[in-house]
Each structure stands twice: as structure tokens, then as C-alpha cells.
Design a protein. Structure first.
Length: 256
């Protein structure tokens, strides 16, 4: 009887020792980087109106990692957070109705440490459209005449895209060159600019080539530390201007 009791307690001791041992192994197991749950991305967004004032309420800006299911909305202070982001390099897309869509390229996550993304500013979409563009060759230059849909009370600016292919108004990341010198002064709805023909030849375009123009309203195109107003497309290496109203007009001519 004593022998049986001894075996019983010995069995219990072995079971308890096994459980404690397995618990110790769980606590001390080394987790590989591939098993990490992911890191946190966080940042802030500002909203800028045409009159250069910043919105107090900065909520409901959609922030998403392009090509993934990760997305969130900003709070009233413009803050946003994305959790459990796997290791990788991402493009962040910011959007809000009435404001420019902005992308931030090459944001890296190591899958472990938090990443604070630089603040970004979304600008109110220009409240006018380009109705028409006409082109006339005069001597050694090209005169471009642009008409917008309203007589303006402030200075307006139109960005021109020039290419040997039709310009995609929603992409605007493939072109030969751009020009932001077309200004429409207060009290007018028409503006013009002259571009020397030599600029086309110097850009690699040849005589007899059909050249396509597209003009769009633009606000805020200067360089900033936070890269809010434009960025370099990592694929085409072209400058992408974010604060553009895609409601534009187009024209074409044959390069003499």
C-alpha cells in the first residue's frame, strides 16, 4: 500500500515538473523577426484652405497603405494611427473630399518599432476649372491661351503638361515637361503664356511630332520640408504636383 502511494505521488511530481518546464520554455523562447506582430505607423495631417488658413477640425481624412487593407481616419486634431503593420516599404495615400489627394512614398516599417511619419498638408482643391486651351505658333515661340470658367477676383494659376502622348488627367506622372507660368490676373478669365520652340527641341522633341498639351488649375506648388505640395514619382522619376484640380482642358499641335 505504501508502495502504491509512493508511485502515485511520484507520478504527480513528474506531471507538475513537465508543466513547469514547458511554461519556462514558452517564456524563454526566442521569437524570430518573421513572427513579430507588426509595428505601428502614426502621424498627423493638416488641412489648408485657399486663403492660406488652416482648418481647426482635421478629422475624417482617410489614411491608407496603398495596395493593402490597412486604413484609418484622422481625429479632430489630425492624428492617425495604423497598427500591426508588417515589415515592408509602403506608399501612404491621404484623401479627403474637397482636398488634394497626396501620397507619401517609401515609408519603411521594420515590423517591430513604431514609425512616426512626417506631417502632411492637404490643400483645398482649386475652385475653378480650365474650360479651353488654344495654341498659336508665332515666329520662334508658341502662344498658349487659356480660359477658365469664371472671372476671378484673385490671381489664379494654371499648370501645363506637355508630352508626345495624351496626358492622363488622373495620373500626371508621365510627361516631357511642365510649365507653371500661366497666370490669370484678377478681373479676368483668360490668361496666356509664350513658350520658346527651342524648349521643345531641347527636351528631345523633333520637328513633325504631334505635341499634346493639358492645363489644370493648381494651388501651392512650392517646395516644403514635409513634401506636402509635390513629390518625385519613384517609377517615372517625374515631379507629381498634388494640389491640382483634374478638371482641365487639352489641345495639340504639330511641332514645326
Amino acid at each position: 500500500m505504501i508502495y502504491i502511494i509512493h508511485r502515485y505521488f511520484l507520478h504527480i511530481t513528474i506531471v507538475i515538473a513537465t508543466i513547469l518546464s514547458s511554461m519556462g520554455c514558452m517564456d524563454s523562447r526566442v521569437i524570430s523577426p518573421d513572427e513579430l506582430p507588426g509595428s505601428q505607423l502614426r502621424g498627423t495631417v493638416r488641412l489648408l484652405s485657399e486663403d492660406n488658413s488652416f482648418a481647426i477640425n482635421k478629422n475624417l481624412v482617410l489614411v491608407k497603405l496603398e495596395g493593402t487593407g490597412f486604413e484609418t481616419l484622422t481625429d479632430t486634431a489630425g492624428r492617425w494611427t495604423l497598427n500591426l503593420i508588417p515589415k515592408g516599404t509602403y506608399t501612404i495615400l491621404y484623401s479627403k473630399p474637397g482636398y488634394s489627394n497626396v501620397k507619401r512614398f517609401s515609408v519603411r516599417s521594420d515590423g517591430a518599432m513604431p514609425v512616426i511619419v512626417n506631417p502632411i498638408t492637404l490643400v483645398q482643391i482649386p475652385p475653378f476649372t480650365v474650360d479651353s486651351i488654344s495654341i498659336e505658333i508665332e515666329d520662334d515661340s508658341l502662344e498658349i491661351l487659356c480660359r477658365i470658367n469664371q472671372i476671378t477676383d484673385v490671381q489664379r494659376r494654371v499648370i501645363l503638361y506637355i508630352d508626345s502622348n495624351v496626358i492622363d488627367p488622373l495620373q500626371r506622372n508621365r510627361y516631357v515637361f511642365t510649365d507653371i507660368g500661366l497666370i490669370i490676373e484678377p478681373g479676368n478669365s483668360i490668361g496666356s503664356i509664350r513658350i520658346p520652340l527651342s524648349r521643345f527641341y531641347d527636351s528631345g522633341l523633333v520637328s513633325g511630332k504631334i505635341i499634346y498639351f493639358a492645363g489644370f488649375p493648381i494651388l501651392r506648388f512650392e517646395a516644403t520640408a514635409d513634401e506636402s505640395y509635390f513629390a518625385i514619382d519613384p517609377i517615372t522619376k517625374k515631379t507629381i504636383f498634388w494640389n491640382v484640380n483634374a478638371n482641365g482642358a487639352s489641345a495639340q499641335f504639330t511641332l514645326p
